[in-house]
Design a protein around this ligand. Structure first.
Ligand SMILES: *[C@@H]1O[C@H](CO)[C@@H](O)[C@H](O)[C@H]1NC(C)=O
Ligand SMILES: *[C@@H]1O[C@H](CO)[C@@H](O)[C@H](O)[C@H]1NC(C)=O
Ligand SMILES: *[C@@H]1O[C@H](CO)[C@@H](O)[C@H](O)[C@H]1NC(C)=O
Ligand SMILES: *[C@@H]1O[C@H](CO)[C@@H](O)[C@H](O)[C@H]1NC(C)=O
Ligand SMILES: *[C@@H]1O[C@H](CO)[C@@H](O)[C@H](O)[C@H]1NC(C)=O
Ligand SMILES: *[C@@H]1O[C@H](CO)[C@@H](O)[C@H](O)[C@H]1NC(C)=O
Length: 425
Protein backbone atom coordinates (compact mmCIF):
# COMPACT_ATOMS: atom_id res chain seq x y z
CA UNK A 1 0.00 0.00 0.00
CA UNK A 2 1.43 3.36 -0.90
CA UNK A 3 -1.10 5.73 0.51
CA UNK A 4 -2.09 5.53 4.09
CA UNK A 5 -4.19 7.68 6.27
CA UNK A 6 -3.58 8.01 9.95
CA UNK A 7 -6.54 7.00 11.97
CA UNK A 8 -5.94 7.20 15.63
CA UNK A 9 -8.83 5.60 17.36
CA UNK A 10 -7.86 6.73 20.77
CA UNK A 11 -11.07 8.39 21.83
CA UNK A 12 -9.50 10.22 24.68
CA UNK A 13 -9.15 13.96 24.73
CA UNK A 14 -6.12 15.16 22.91
CA UNK A 15 -3.15 15.79 25.12
CA UNK A 16 -2.68 18.83 22.98
CA UNK A 17 -6.14 20.07 23.46
CA UNK A 18 -4.83 23.45 24.43
CA UNK A 19 -3.05 23.76 21.15
CA UNK A 20 -6.00 22.48 19.18
CA UNK A 21 -8.18 25.22 20.52
CA UNK A 22 -5.83 27.92 19.40
CA UNK A 23 -4.79 26.52 16.06
CA UNK A 24 -5.90 28.35 13.04
CA UNK A 25 -7.32 31.17 15.03
CA UNK A 26 -4.51 33.56 14.41
CA UNK A 27 -2.84 33.19 11.11
CA UNK A 28 -0.45 35.97 10.27
CA UNK A 29 1.69 34.59 7.48
CA UNK A 30 0.46 34.10 3.99
CA UNK A 31 0.48 30.83 2.14
CA UNK A 32 1.01 30.18 -1.51
CA UNK A 33 -2.54 28.95 -1.67
CA UNK A 34 -4.09 25.57 -2.12
CA UNK A 35 -3.28 23.47 -5.12
CA UNK A 36 -5.80 23.48 -7.85
CA UNK A 37 -8.05 20.53 -8.41
CA UNK A 38 -6.22 19.62 -11.59
CA UNK A 39 -2.67 19.62 -10.31
CA UNK A 40 -3.92 17.76 -7.30
CA UNK A 41 -5.31 15.11 -9.60
CA UNK A 42 -2.08 14.86 -11.59
CA UNK A 43 -0.05 14.76 -8.43
CA UNK A 44 -2.13 11.90 -7.11
CA UNK A 45 -1.65 9.96 -10.33
CA UNK A 46 2.09 10.43 -10.34
CA UNK A 47 2.66 9.87 -6.68
CA UNK A 48 0.66 6.68 -6.94
CA UNK A 49 3.48 4.89 -8.69
CA UNK A 50 6.83 6.18 -7.37
CA UNK A 51 5.96 7.71 -4.13
CA UNK A 52 4.64 6.84 -0.78
CA UNK A 53 2.26 9.19 0.91
CA UNK A 54 0.80 9.53 4.35
CA UNK A 55 -2.08 11.90 4.99
CA UNK A 56 -2.72 13.30 8.40
CA UNK A 57 -6.04 14.85 9.08
CA UNK A 58 -6.40 17.81 11.44
CA UNK A 59 -9.08 15.90 13.32
CA UNK A 60 -6.41 13.50 14.45
CA UNK A 61 -3.99 14.35 17.22
CA UNK A 62 -1.09 13.23 15.04
CA UNK A 63 -1.70 16.49 13.17
CA UNK A 64 -0.80 18.57 16.21
CA UNK A 65 2.21 16.40 16.89
CA UNK A 66 3.47 16.91 13.34
CA UNK A 67 2.94 20.66 13.47
CA UNK A 68 4.79 20.83 16.76
CA UNK A 69 7.66 18.80 15.32
CA UNK A 70 7.74 20.90 12.16
CA UNK A 71 7.88 24.05 14.23
CA UNK A 72 11.23 22.87 15.65
CA UNK A 73 12.62 21.69 12.32
CA UNK A 74 15.51 23.68 10.84
CA UNK A 75 14.42 23.23 7.21
CA UNK A 76 11.07 24.60 8.16
CA UNK A 77 12.64 27.51 10.03
CA UNK A 78 14.62 28.41 6.89
CA UNK A 79 11.53 28.30 4.77
CA UNK A 80 10.38 31.69 3.52
CA UNK A 81 6.72 31.22 4.10
CA UNK A 82 5.57 30.30 7.55
CA UNK A 83 2.43 30.71 9.52
CA UNK A 84 2.62 32.13 12.97
CA UNK A 85 0.07 30.33 15.07
CA UNK A 86 -0.79 31.15 18.59
CA UNK A 87 -0.94 28.35 21.04
CA UNK A 88 -3.16 29.52 23.81
CA UNK A 89 -2.84 28.48 27.34
CA UNK A 90 -6.28 27.79 28.53
CA UNK A 91 -6.64 30.90 30.58
CA UNK A 92 -5.44 33.00 27.70
CA UNK A 93 -2.28 33.85 29.62
CA UNK A 94 1.10 33.94 27.94
CA UNK A 95 0.11 32.55 24.59
CA UNK A 96 3.01 30.94 22.79
CA UNK A 97 3.62 31.61 19.12
CA UNK A 98 4.96 28.75 17.06
CA UNK A 99 6.02 29.00 13.44
CA UNK A 100 4.71 26.24 11.30
CA UNK A 101 4.72 25.59 7.56
CA UNK A 102 1.95 27.52 5.88
CA UNK A 103 -0.56 26.03 3.50
CA UNK A 104 1.31 24.83 0.43
CA UNK A 105 4.33 22.63 -0.28
CA UNK A 106 7.56 22.34 1.65
CA UNK A 107 10.41 19.93 1.62
CA UNK A 108 12.49 18.79 4.55
CA UNK A 109 15.38 16.44 5.09
CA UNK A 110 14.87 13.72 7.64
CA UNK A 111 17.61 11.13 8.30
CA UNK A 112 19.21 12.18 5.02
CA UNK A 113 16.08 11.63 2.96
CA UNK A 114 13.76 14.17 1.41
CA UNK A 115 10.16 14.37 2.50
CA UNK A 116 7.75 16.66 0.73
CA UNK A 117 5.19 18.10 2.98
CA UNK A 118 2.07 19.74 1.80
CA UNK A 119 -0.34 21.38 4.08
CA UNK A 120 -3.80 21.49 2.58
CA UNK A 121 -6.71 23.48 3.87
CA UNK A 122 -10.16 22.16 3.32
CA UNK A 123 -13.09 24.34 2.36
CA UNK A 124 -15.16 22.95 5.23
CA UNK A 125 -15.03 24.24 8.75
CA UNK A 126 -15.00 22.59 12.09
CA UNK A 127 -18.19 23.86 13.67
CA UNK A 128 -16.69 23.45 17.14
CA UNK A 129 -13.60 25.60 16.83
CA UNK A 130 -14.46 27.59 13.72
CA UNK A 131 -11.13 26.53 12.21
CA UNK A 132 -10.99 25.04 8.73
CA UNK A 133 -10.24 21.33 8.45
CA UNK A 134 -6.74 20.72 7.24
CA UNK A 135 -4.40 17.95 6.38
CA UNK A 136 -0.70 17.43 6.17
CA UNK A 137 0.26 15.12 3.33
CA UNK A 138 3.76 13.74 3.48
CA UNK A 139 5.31 12.14 0.46
CA UNK A 140 8.62 10.46 -0.12
CA UNK A 141 10.11 7.89 -2.49
CA UNK A 142 8.63 4.49 -2.08
CA UNK A 143 11.91 2.92 -0.94
CA UNK A 144 12.04 5.44 1.96
CA UNK A 145 8.53 4.76 3.11
CA UNK A 146 9.66 3.79 6.61
CA UNK A 147 11.19 7.18 7.38
CA UNK A 148 7.80 8.89 7.31
CA UNK A 149 6.61 6.48 9.91
CA UNK A 150 9.75 7.10 11.94
CA UNK A 151 9.17 10.81 11.61
CA UNK A 152 5.65 10.50 12.98
CA UNK A 153 6.92 8.41 15.87
CA UNK A 154 9.53 11.03 16.62
CA UNK A 155 6.94 13.80 16.42
CA UNK A 156 4.78 11.93 18.88
CA UNK A 157 7.66 11.44 21.29
CA UNK A 158 8.64 15.10 21.07
CA UNK A 159 5.13 16.22 21.93
CA UNK A 160 4.59 13.71 24.67
CA UNK A 161 7.99 14.33 26.22
CA UNK A 162 7.06 17.90 26.88
CA UNK A 163 4.98 16.51 29.70
CA UNK A 164 7.32 13.85 31.05
CA UNK A 165 8.24 14.56 34.62
CA UNK A 166 5.30 16.92 34.82
CA UNK A 167 1.77 16.69 36.05
CA UNK A 168 -0.74 18.06 33.60
CA UNK A 169 -3.71 19.77 35.18
CA UNK A 170 -7.04 19.72 33.43
CA UNK A 171 -10.00 21.91 34.22
CA UNK A 172 -13.57 22.01 33.06
CA UNK A 173 -14.49 23.97 29.99
CA UNK A 174 -18.21 23.67 29.44
CA UNK A 175 -18.27 19.98 30.05
CA UNK A 176 -15.01 18.97 28.44
CA UNK A 177 -11.52 18.77 29.83
CA UNK A 178 -8.95 21.38 28.93
CA UNK A 179 -5.31 21.64 29.85
CA UNK A 180 -4.78 24.31 32.44
CA UNK A 181 -1.63 26.39 32.24
CA UNK A 182 1.73 24.74 31.90
CA UNK A 183 2.30 21.27 33.32
CA UNK A 184 3.48 21.41 36.93
CA UNK A 185 6.73 19.99 38.12
CA UNK A 186 6.17 16.82 39.98
CA UNK A 187 5.87 17.21 43.69
CA UNK A 188 8.02 14.70 45.47
CA UNK A 189 6.33 12.30 47.77
CA UNK A 190 9.10 12.84 50.34
CA UNK A 191 7.98 16.41 50.82
CA UNK A 192 4.57 15.26 52.03
CA UNK A 193 4.86 14.18 55.63
CA UNK A 194 2.04 11.99 56.85
CA UNK A 195 1.44 9.90 59.92
CA UNK A 196 2.86 6.38 59.98
CA UNK A 197 2.41 4.43 56.76
CA UNK A 198 -0.53 6.29 55.23
CA UNK A 199 1.36 7.25 52.11
CA UNK A 200 2.50 3.71 51.46
CA UNK A 201 -0.94 2.32 52.14
CA UNK A 202 -2.57 4.65 49.64
CA UNK A 203 0.06 4.12 46.98
CA UNK A 204 -0.14 0.36 47.32
CA UNK A 205 -3.89 0.51 47.00
CA UNK A 206 -3.82 2.62 43.84
CA UNK A 207 -1.06 0.57 42.27
CA UNK A 208 -3.03 -2.57 42.96
CA UNK A 209 -6.07 -0.99 41.36
CA UNK A 210 -4.14 0.08 38.28
CA UNK A 211 -2.72 -3.41 37.80
CA UNK A 212 -5.98 -5.15 38.52
CA UNK A 213 -8.20 -4.34 35.56
CA UNK A 214 -8.86 -7.98 34.66
CA UNK A 215 -10.14 -8.71 38.14
CA UNK A 216 -12.84 -6.07 37.73
CA UNK A 217 -13.68 -6.96 34.15
CA UNK A 218 -14.00 -10.66 34.94
CA UNK A 219 -16.51 -9.91 37.63
CA UNK A 220 -18.41 -7.26 35.72
CA UNK A 221 -17.56 -4.72 38.41
CA UNK A 222 -17.09 -1.17 37.10
CA UNK A 223 -13.39 -0.51 36.89
CA UNK A 224 -13.11 2.45 39.19
CA UNK A 225 -11.96 3.35 42.63
CA UNK A 226 -12.87 6.23 44.85
CA UNK A 227 -10.86 7.72 47.68
CA UNK A 228 -11.97 10.17 50.30
CA UNK A 229 -9.35 12.14 52.19
CA UNK A 230 -10.81 13.78 55.23
CA UNK A 231 -9.53 15.67 58.22
CA UNK A 232 -8.83 19.19 59.43
CA UNK A 233 -7.46 21.68 56.88
CA UNK A 234 -3.78 22.40 56.49
CA UNK A 235 -2.49 18.87 56.74
CA UNK A 236 -1.63 18.21 53.14
CA UNK A 237 -4.60 16.49 51.55
CA UNK A 238 -4.12 18.30 48.25
CA UNK A 239 -0.35 18.03 48.37
CA UNK A 240 -0.69 14.31 48.89
CA UNK A 241 -2.84 13.94 45.78
CA UNK A 242 -0.36 15.99 43.77
CA UNK A 243 2.51 13.85 44.98
CA UNK A 244 0.67 10.61 44.27
CA UNK A 245 -0.11 11.81 40.76
CA UNK A 246 3.56 12.59 40.28
CA UNK A 247 4.72 9.28 41.70
CA UNK A 248 2.37 7.26 39.50
CA UNK A 249 2.78 9.51 36.47
CA UNK A 250 -0.89 10.46 36.39
CA UNK A 251 -2.46 13.77 35.48
CA UNK A 252 -5.05 15.58 37.57
CA UNK A 253 -8.51 16.69 36.48
CA UNK A 254 -9.96 19.19 38.90
CA UNK A 255 -13.73 19.09 39.16
CA UNK A 256 -15.03 22.32 40.59
CA UNK A 257 -18.57 21.78 41.78
CA UNK A 258 -18.94 25.40 42.76
CA UNK A 259 -18.39 26.59 39.21
CA UNK A 260 -21.43 28.65 38.27
CA UNK A 261 -22.37 26.95 35.04
CA UNK A 262 -21.87 23.45 36.40
CA UNK A 263 -24.95 21.35 35.86
CA UNK A 264 -25.96 17.69 35.87
CA UNK A 265 -25.11 17.18 32.23
CA UNK A 266 -21.63 18.67 32.61
CA UNK A 267 -20.70 16.76 35.72
CA UNK A 268 -21.75 13.55 34.02
CA UNK A 269 -19.68 14.28 30.94
CA UNK A 270 -16.69 15.28 33.01
CA UNK A 271 -16.64 12.32 35.35
CA UNK A 272 -17.09 9.86 32.54
CA UNK A 273 -14.74 11.34 29.98
CA UNK A 274 -11.58 12.05 31.90
CA UNK A 275 -8.34 11.92 29.92
CA UNK A 276 -6.56 8.59 30.27
CA UNK A 277 -4.07 8.16 33.10
CA UNK A 278 -5.58 10.82 35.23
CA UNK A 279 -6.96 11.35 38.69
CA UNK A 280 -10.31 13.05 39.06
CA UNK A 281 -10.26 15.40 42.00
CA UNK A 282 -13.26 16.94 43.72
CA UNK A 283 -12.06 19.18 46.50
CA UNK A 284 -14.10 20.23 49.50
CA UNK A 285 -17.01 18.10 48.49
CA UNK A 286 -18.94 19.18 51.58
CA UNK A 287 -18.97 22.80 50.44
CA UNK A 288 -20.88 22.08 47.27
CA UNK A 289 -23.89 20.55 48.92
CA UNK A 290 -24.21 22.07 52.32
CA UNK A 291 -27.85 22.29 53.20
CA UNK A 292 -28.89 20.56 50.02
CA UNK A 293 -29.23 17.08 51.34
CA UNK A 294 -32.98 17.28 51.38
CA UNK A 295 -32.75 17.35 47.62
CA UNK A 296 -31.38 13.84 47.40
CA UNK A 297 -34.53 12.16 46.21
CA UNK A 298 -36.22 15.14 44.72
CA UNK A 299 -36.15 14.93 40.96
CA UNK A 300 -38.02 18.21 40.94
CA UNK A 301 -34.79 20.02 41.75
CA UNK A 302 -33.68 19.63 38.16
CA UNK A 303 -36.40 22.02 37.07
CA UNK A 304 -35.72 24.54 39.80
CA UNK A 305 -33.68 27.28 38.24
CA UNK A 306 -33.71 29.61 41.18
CA UNK A 307 -30.29 28.44 42.29
CA UNK A 308 -27.69 26.17 40.73
CA UNK A 309 -28.38 23.60 38.09
CA UNK A 310 -26.21 20.95 39.65
CA UNK A 311 -28.23 18.66 41.84
CA UNK A 312 -27.09 16.21 44.43
CA UNK A 313 -28.78 13.36 42.61
CA UNK A 314 -27.09 14.52 39.42
CA UNK A 315 -23.73 14.20 41.12
CA UNK A 316 -24.53 10.72 42.42
CA UNK A 317 -25.67 9.63 38.96
CA UNK A 318 -22.47 10.94 37.45
CA UNK A 319 -20.41 9.06 40.05
CA UNK A 320 -22.22 5.86 39.14
CA UNK A 321 -22.15 6.51 35.40
CA UNK A 322 -20.66 4.19 32.88
CA UNK A 323 -16.99 4.60 33.57
CA UNK A 324 -14.79 5.26 30.60
CA UNK A 325 -12.81 2.38 29.15
CA UNK A 326 -9.67 3.37 30.97
CA UNK A 327 -11.16 3.11 34.39
CA UNK A 328 -11.42 5.88 36.88
CA UNK A 329 -9.56 7.03 39.94
CA UNK A 330 -11.50 9.57 41.93
CA UNK A 331 -10.27 11.55 44.89
CA UNK A 332 -12.56 13.64 47.03
CA UNK A 333 -11.48 15.77 49.93
CA UNK A 334 -13.41 17.24 52.79
CA UNK A 335 -12.67 19.02 56.04
CA UNK A 336 -15.98 17.94 57.47
CA UNK A 337 -16.73 14.28 57.06
CA UNK A 338 -19.74 14.58 59.34
CA UNK A 339 -21.47 16.86 56.85
CA UNK A 340 -21.37 14.32 54.06
CA UNK A 341 -24.40 12.32 53.16
CA UNK A 342 -23.95 8.57 53.58
CA UNK A 343 -25.13 8.00 50.03
CA UNK A 344 -22.20 9.98 48.69
CA UNK A 345 -19.54 8.04 50.53
CA UNK A 346 -20.96 4.57 50.45
CA UNK A 347 -18.95 1.61 49.16
CA UNK A 348 -18.67 1.73 45.37
CA UNK A 349 -18.54 5.50 45.34
CA UNK A 350 -15.85 5.78 47.96
CA UNK A 351 -13.83 2.62 48.43
CA UNK A 352 -11.22 3.90 50.82
CA UNK A 353 -11.53 6.64 53.39
CA UNK A 354 -8.32 8.03 54.74
CA UNK A 355 -8.19 10.31 57.72
CA UNK A 356 -5.43 12.87 57.52
CA UNK A 357 -5.26 14.40 60.92
CA UNK A 358 -3.31 17.13 62.62
CA UNK A 359 0.38 16.65 63.18
CA UNK A 360 1.68 13.92 65.43
CA UNK A 361 4.92 14.57 67.29
CA UNK A 362 6.69 12.33 64.88
CA UNK A 363 5.34 14.30 61.90
CA UNK A 364 6.34 17.57 63.56
CA UNK A 365 9.83 16.33 64.06
CA UNK A 366 10.06 15.04 60.47
CA UNK A 367 8.82 18.39 59.21
CA UNK A 368 11.42 20.15 61.37
CA UNK A 369 14.19 18.00 59.92
CA UNK A 370 12.91 18.37 56.40
CA UNK A 371 12.62 22.12 56.82
CA UNK A 372 16.14 22.63 58.15
CA UNK A 373 17.63 19.74 56.20
CA UNK A 374 18.82 18.01 59.35
CA UNK A 375 19.49 14.32 59.79
CA UNK A 376 16.78 12.28 61.47
CA UNK A 377 18.41 11.76 64.86
CA UNK A 378 19.01 15.24 66.17
CA UNK A 379 18.25 16.68 69.58
CA UNK A 380 16.62 19.87 68.32
CA UNK A 381 13.74 18.22 66.52
CA UNK A 382 13.07 15.94 69.47
CA UNK A 383 13.01 18.95 71.76
CA UNK A 384 10.81 20.83 69.33
CA UNK A 385 8.20 18.14 68.89
CA UNK A 386 8.05 17.22 72.57
CA UNK A 387 6.72 20.72 73.27
CA UNK A 388 3.21 19.93 72.15
CA UNK A 389 0.72 17.12 71.96
CA UNK A 390 -0.20 14.83 69.10
CA UNK A 391 -2.96 16.23 66.86
CA UNK A 392 -2.91 19.61 68.58
CA UNK A 393 -1.61 21.59 65.61
CA UNK A 394 -1.92 21.39 61.89
CA UNK A 395 1.10 20.83 59.69
CA UNK A 396 0.65 24.16 57.94
CA UNK A 397 0.56 25.90 61.31
CA UNK A 398 3.90 24.35 62.24
CA UNK A 399 5.37 25.16 58.86
CA UNK A 400 4.16 28.75 59.17
CA UNK A 401 5.91 28.97 62.52
CA UNK A 402 9.18 27.55 61.18
CA UNK A 403 9.11 30.07 58.35
CA UNK A 404 9.61 32.80 60.95
CA UNK A 405 12.90 31.20 61.97
CA UNK A 406 14.01 30.18 58.54
CA UNK A 407 17.74 30.21 59.34
CA UNK A 408 17.72 29.15 62.93
CA UNK A 409 16.36 25.84 64.19
CA UNK A 410 17.67 26.84 67.65
CA UNK A 411 15.49 29.95 67.71
CA UNK A 412 12.50 27.89 66.61
CA UNK A 413 13.01 25.57 69.57
CA UNK A 414 13.58 28.49 71.91
CA UNK A 415 10.28 30.07 70.89
CA UNK A 416 8.19 26.99 70.50
CA UNK A 417 5.98 28.09 73.40
CA UNK A 418 4.61 30.79 71.07
CA UNK A 419 3.43 28.07 68.74
CA UNK A 420 1.81 25.93 71.38
CA UNK A 421 0.92 28.12 74.30
CA UNK A 422 -1.23 25.45 75.93
CA UNK A 423 1.28 22.70 75.51
CA UNK A 424 2.62 20.84 78.51
CA UNK A 425 6.30 21.43 79.04
C1 LIG B 1 -4.08 15.26 1.34
O1 LIG B 1 -4.77 14.43 2.23
C2 LIG B 1 -6.16 14.62 2.26
C3 LIG B 1 -6.70 13.76 3.37
O2 LIG B 1 -6.48 12.42 3.11
C4 LIG B 1 -6.74 14.33 0.89
O3 LIG B 1 -8.13 14.52 0.92
C5 LIG B 1 -6.11 15.24 -0.14
O4 LIG B 1 -6.55 14.91 -1.42
C6 LIG B 1 -4.59 15.12 -0.09
N1 LIG B 1 -4.05 16.15 -0.93
C7 LIG B 1 -2.97 15.98 -1.66
C8 LIG B 1 -2.52 17.14 -2.45
O5 LIG B 1 -2.36 14.92 -1.69
C1 LIG C 1 -7.79 -6.94 42.80
O1 LIG C 1 -8.78 -6.22 43.51
C2 LIG C 1 -9.58 -7.00 44.38
C3 LIG C 1 -10.66 -6.12 44.97
O2 LIG C 1 -10.11 -4.96 45.50
C4 LIG C 1 -8.72 -7.65 45.45
O3 LIG C 1 -9.51 -8.47 46.28
C5 LIG C 1 -7.64 -8.46 44.76
O4 LIG C 1 -6.76 -8.99 45.72
C6 LIG C 1 -6.86 -7.61 43.77
N1 LIG C 1 -5.91 -8.44 43.08
C7 LIG C 1 -4.67 -8.08 42.84
C8 LIG C 1 -3.84 -9.04 42.07
O5 LIG C 1 -4.23 -7.03 43.24
C1 LIG D 1 -36.47 26.18 44.11
O1 LIG D 1 -35.61 25.98 45.24
C2 LIG D 1 -35.68 27.00 46.20
C3 LIG D 1 -34.69 26.67 47.30
O2 LIG D 1 -33.49 26.23 46.79
C4 LIG D 1 -37.10 27.11 46.74
O3 LIG D 1 -37.17 28.18 47.67
C5 LIG D 1 -38.06 27.35 45.60
O4 LIG D 1 -39.38 27.34 46.10
C6 LIG D 1 -37.92 26.28 44.53
N1 LIG D 1 -38.75 26.60 43.41
C7 LIG D 1 -39.45 25.68 42.72
C8 LIG D 1 -40.25 26.19 41.58
O5 LIG D 1 -39.38 24.50 43.01
C1 LIG E 1 -29.68 27.00 35.03
O1 LIG E 1 -30.16 26.61 33.74
C2 LIG E 1 -31.06 27.54 33.16
C3 LIG E 1 -31.61 26.93 31.88
O2 LIG E 1 -30.67 26.08 31.29
C4 LIG E 1 -30.35 28.85 32.94
O3 LIG E 1 -31.25 29.80 32.39
C5 LIG E 1 -29.82 29.35 34.27
O4 LIG E 1 -29.07 30.53 34.07
C6 LIG E 1 -28.94 28.32 34.93
N1 LIG E 1 -28.56 28.77 36.25
C7 LIG E 1 -27.29 28.93 36.61
C8 LIG E 1 -27.07 29.40 38.00
O5 LIG E 1 -26.37 28.69 35.86
C1 LIG F 1 20.98 18.81 52.80
O1 LIG F 1 22.11 18.32 53.48
C2 LIG F 1 22.91 17.41 52.77
C3 LIG F 1 24.03 16.94 53.67
O2 LIG F 1 23.61 16.79 54.97
C4 LIG F 1 23.46 18.10 51.52
O3 LIG F 1 24.18 17.19 50.76
C5 LIG F 1 22.31 18.65 50.71
O4 LIG F 1 22.81 19.37 49.62
C6 LIG F 1 21.42 19.55 51.55
N1 LIG F 1 20.29 19.93 50.76
C7 LIG F 1 19.85 21.18 50.71
C8 LIG F 1 18.64 21.43 49.86
O5 LIG F 1 20.39 22.08 51.30
C1 LIG G 1 -6.16 20.65 64.54
O1 LIG G 1 -5.45 21.87 64.56
C2 LIG G 1 -6.22 23.05 64.58
C3 LIG G 1 -5.28 24.20 64.60
O2 LIG G 1 -4.47 24.20 63.51
C4 LIG G 1 -7.11 23.08 65.78
O3 LIG G 1 -7.91 24.25 65.73
C5 LIG G 1 -7.98 21.85 65.79
O4 LIG G 1 -8.75 21.84 66.97
C6 LIG G 1 -7.12 20.61 65.72
N1 LIG G 1 -7.99 19.45 65.57
C7 LIG G 1 -8.00 18.47 66.44
C8 LIG G 1 -8.90 17.33 66.12
O5 LIG G 1 -7.33 18.47 67.44
Amino acid sequence: MNHLQIINNDTSRSILLGIKQGLGLLIIGGGIGALTQFSRYLWTRVTGSFYYRIDIDSKDKTFEWMLYWLAQNTDVKKSNHLNAETVYNNLGKNPEVIFVPSVGSHSIQFRGKTIWISRVRDSTFDMGSGAPFESINMTTYKQNAHIIQELIQEAMRLSLNRDIGKTVIYINNEGSWERFGNPRSIRSLDSVILASNLKQKLLTDIREFINNETWYRNRGIPYRRGYLLHGPPGNGKSSLINAIAGELNLDICIVSLSQKDMDDRQINQLLNNAPPKSILLIEDIDAAFTGQREKVDSSATTTNNSARNLTYSGLLNALDGVASQEGRILFMTTNKLELLDNALIREGRVDLKVHIGNATKSQASQLFNHFYNLSADNQLSAQFSSSFEDYQLSMSQIQGFLLQYINSPEKAVENVHLLAPIAIH
